[in-house]
Design a binder for this molecule. Structure first.
Ligand SMILES: C[S@@+](CC[C@H](N)C(=O)[O-])C[C@H]1O[C@@H](n2cnc3c(N)ncnc32)[C@H](O)[C@@H]1O
Length: 371
């Protein structure tokens, strides 16, 4: 894949207790490592930045690197995608999101018919079809990567054009913004607009570069939610990642498809705890650990309370028992040949380890309290 790293000189890595002062920071007591240790480490990247005057140049820090990476990712057609080594992973991932999104829309629809959704970090619009199937009324798509947002919009227009004349497809609005640094309310056509659901799939971890960024993204996710509205998301599981790297001599793990490389072992600050995630041909960008108890505490500021947090494997084990979900999984070709739908994760062999990546992810639902 094209390496599109831009220069970043992170002059200072934010650290601290996240303002809560009492969170347990221990992750792996046996290894003696912890998330949340104070660190004065300065991180420096040697690569040089080139100013090409693109819209993403407004971004600073890793946001710019992330935007550039996603902006330059090529849209691949179905045929190319099906040949990709990560074909099943993408499908599996899409299956999980379809179930998650379907469930949350069913829940909120019990109290409201017309649903509005914010897709925070929408990318190229990978979830548009899920919103269509969920019969929502309005969608706001926001992402830091301008090219992705444009492609998302094109995809949406195409979907509308191709839709059945009798089908009422949701209206949509598209915003390019670094959602860790810019307030979406200032960019919405109707700043008073309210959402029933904010969905943040595989995005929130980019915000944990600093406390301010994590807080602003949380604000964007929650401030325009209606009471009773949900913020749902998927983020890498910090416990799993740290546990895994701490069992090894190296600061990196992975397989032929993905790798996770920590800059430093044994020291995992609450914010700015960077690791590089490389997924063949799809992602090659710095990410940051999200220490979940801290995220949960931070969300309380916006009247949000955790409903559930589940690992992919827990979610999978629970939902695959449902025949409809199982059929959907087969239709979506979400399991690799040889991986039986009745598998038990503990008997998986290393040959299944591509999908194993998913055991590093966690889903969450948090709800806005009715006060
Ligand atoms: C792994 S992709 C996920 C895209 C989409 N949510 C999905 O599930 O298909 C991560 C997305 O997060 C976006 N992103 C990263 N940092 C962001 C930020 N600070 N503000 C807004 N979007 C961001 C990236 O541009 C990218 O589109």
């Amino acid at each position: 894949m094209a390496e599109v790293d831009q220069a970043v000189d992170l002059s200072k890595t934010e650290t601290g207790e996240g303002g809560n002062g009492h969170l347990s920071s221990s992750v792996d007591r046996n290894s003696g490592s912890s998330i949340g240790q104070k660190s004065t480490t300065k991180r420096k990247h040697d690569d040089e930045e080139e100013d090409d005057g693109s819209p993403t140049k407004k971004q600073h820090g890793h946001g710019e690197k992330v935007a550039t990476h996603y902006n330059t990712l090529q849209e691949t057609g179905l045929a190319a995608r099906s040949q990709s080594r990560i074909f099943y992973m993408r499908n599996f991932n899409n299956w999980l999101k379809s179930v998650l999104i379907g469930e949350i829309l069913d829940t909120v629809r019990q109290s409201r018919r017309e649903l509005s959704v914010l897709d925070l970090g929408c990318g190229k619009g990978g979830d548009l079809l899920k919103w269509r199937k969920g019969h929502i009324s309005r969608l706001v798509c926001a992402d830091i990567a301008a090219v992705s947002v444009e492609q998302c919009q094109v995809r949406y227009e195409y979907m509308r054009k191709r839709g059945h004349p009798n089908e009422r497809i949701f209206s949509a609005e598209f915003i390019t913004a670094d959602c860790t640094k810019e307030l979406l309310t200032d960019k919405l056509k109707d700043p008073k607009m309210e959402f029933d659901v904010t969905s943040c799939q595989f995005v929130y971890h980019y915000s944990f570069e600093t406390q301010q960024q994590a807080d602003l993204m949380l604000k964007n996710a929650c401030e325009r939610l209606r009471p009773g509205g949900y913020f749902i998301g998927t983020t890498p599981d910090a416990y799993e990642l740290v546990k895994r790297v701490e069992t090894l001599d190296s600061n990196s793990f992975g397989n032929e498809v993905f790798s996770v490389t920590f800059q430093k072992k044994g020291d995992y600050p609450l914010f700015g705890c960077q690791y590089d995630f490389n997924l063949e041909g799809v992602v090659n960008v710095p990410e940051f650990l999200v220490y979940f108890p801290l995220f949960e505490e931070m969300a309380k500021k916006y009247n949000m309370r955790l409903v559930f947090k589940k690992t992919f494997s827990q979610f999978f084990e629970e939902h695959i028992k449902n025949d409809q979900h199982k059929m959907l999984m087969q239709r979506m070709q979400a399991l690799e040949v040889g991986i039986n739908i009745h598998y038990q994760s503990k008997v998986w062999t290393p040959s299944h380890s591509r999908v194993f990546l998913y055991f590093f992810f966690t889903f969450f639902y948090i709800v806005k309290l009715i006060v």
